[in-house]
Design a protein around this ligand. Structure first.
Ligand SMILES: Nc1nc2c(ncn2[C@@H]2O[C@H](COP(=O)(O)OP(=O)(O)OP(=O)(O)O)[C@@H](O)[C@H]2O)c(=O)[nH]1
Ligand SMILES: [Mg+2]
Length: 316
């Protein structure tokens, strides 16, 4: 069995455990998060994704624990395939302290000559703060602090908040794609099918609801994209409880756009996947064509997914 380790690091109170809980639950988690206590040392949990056991390491961020990790970096940090570095953007008084910690971690991987995908989570950027000019300026300045590391690691920035579950799902899905190097093949295929059939959106999900590939027509705005995903999560819950493998629906994704959608599940070996496609209601013919072609699309997807599964980078 292959395995990969994802490390979540950052100062205490940054929101690491909250992010992990939100990703696990996806619904009704706010109350649980408000009661959270600081994490003591490292909490590990795992899940299976594409035949790979993914271990999540949630590193408690209090000073005494950070000191421990830094004293024995080999023990705590080695074998990391992907790093989430979480920062509380509302707490600018601690930006400096947080950057200093980051430098120690990034420096360790540089020393052992490992180029690492690092997602900088600019966290607690809550929806109500999105227009806060002062904060936006601070975040822009903060990002610059990481630029010096760009030659050594693959650094990506994500603005996130537990009040916007999609900001977390998107970052996590992107992170996972970094562990599976052949993922771009899936993206290209999904995009080509999406364009060929003139779909509004075409998405591929794994059984545990991780978006593996997403194609959206260019005119869709973030709000509409979010509506598409909400549709998917609601319907997926329903079909995973029934034996149906096709589900059709029709809905408004914005005041102007009414769409028809189909969710179809299929198996690759014993792994289950879902494809969701959404088409403007006026394009009913394209929807029928796409459904008729689904058997051959499914075969292509299965083949690419098998390649993806075998491409997972192995650690431990
Ligand atoms: N406003 C806001 N608060 C958040 C967000 N995410 C987490 N919090 C709050 O931040 C506090 C700390 O969250 P934790 O997840 O425990 O932080 P942590 O990084 O795991 O802390 P340690 O375990 O000590 O390292 C909690 O009270 C959460 O409710 C967010 O996106 N926005
Ligand atoms: Mg914690």
């Amino acid at each position: 069995m292959k395995s990969a380790k994802i490390s979540f690091l950052g100062l205490d109170n940054a929101g690491k455990t909250s992010i992990l809980i939100a990703l696990d639950r996806k619904y009704n988690f706010i109350e649980e998060i408000e009661k959270l206590k600081p994490t003591v040392r490292v909490e590990r949990s795992s899940f299976k994704f594409l035949e790979t056991e993914i271990y999540k390491h949630d590193f408690g961020g209090q000073t005494k624990f950070r000191e421990e990790y830094l004293k024995d970096k080999d023990k705590y940090l080695s074998d990391t395939s992907l790093l989430f570095f979480v920062m509380d953007v509302q707490d600018s008084d601690r930006f400096k302290e947080s950057i200093e910690f980051f430098e120690q971690i990034a420096g360790y991987f540089k020393e052992i000559d490992q180029k690492l995908p690092i997602l900088i989570m600019l966290h607690k950027f809550d929806p109500k703060l999105k227009e806060d000019k002062k904060l936006i300026r601070k975040i822009r300045e903060l990002k610059k602090e990481f630029f010096g590391w760009l030659p050594y690691h693959d650094i990506y920035f994500f603005e996130s908040s537990i009040y916007d579950i999609y900001s977390l799902i998107d970052a996590f899905s992107f992170g996972l794609s970094q562990i599976f190097p052949k993922k771009e093949l899936i993206d290209k295929y999904i995009e080509s099918v999406g364009k060929e059939f003139n779909t509004t959106a075409l998405l591929l999900f794994s059984e545990n609801g991780i978006a593996m590939s997403e194609y959206y027509k260019r005119f869709l705005n973030d709000n509409e994209k979010e509506n598409v995903k909400t549709q998917f999560y609601n319907i997926q819950r329903r079909i995973s409880e029934s034996s149906d493998n096709v589900y059709e629906f029709s809905d408004w994704i914005s005041a102007k756009t009414r769409v028809s959608g189909v969710i179809q599940s299929f198996m690759v070996g014993y792994l289950k996947f879902f494809v969701l496609f959404i088409i403007r209601e006026s394009n009913e013919e394209d929807a029928v064509k796409l459904l008729n072609r689904f058997e051959s699309i499914k075969e292509d997807l299965a083949e690419i997914l098998e390649g993806l599964i075998s491409s997972a980078s192995v650690t431990i």
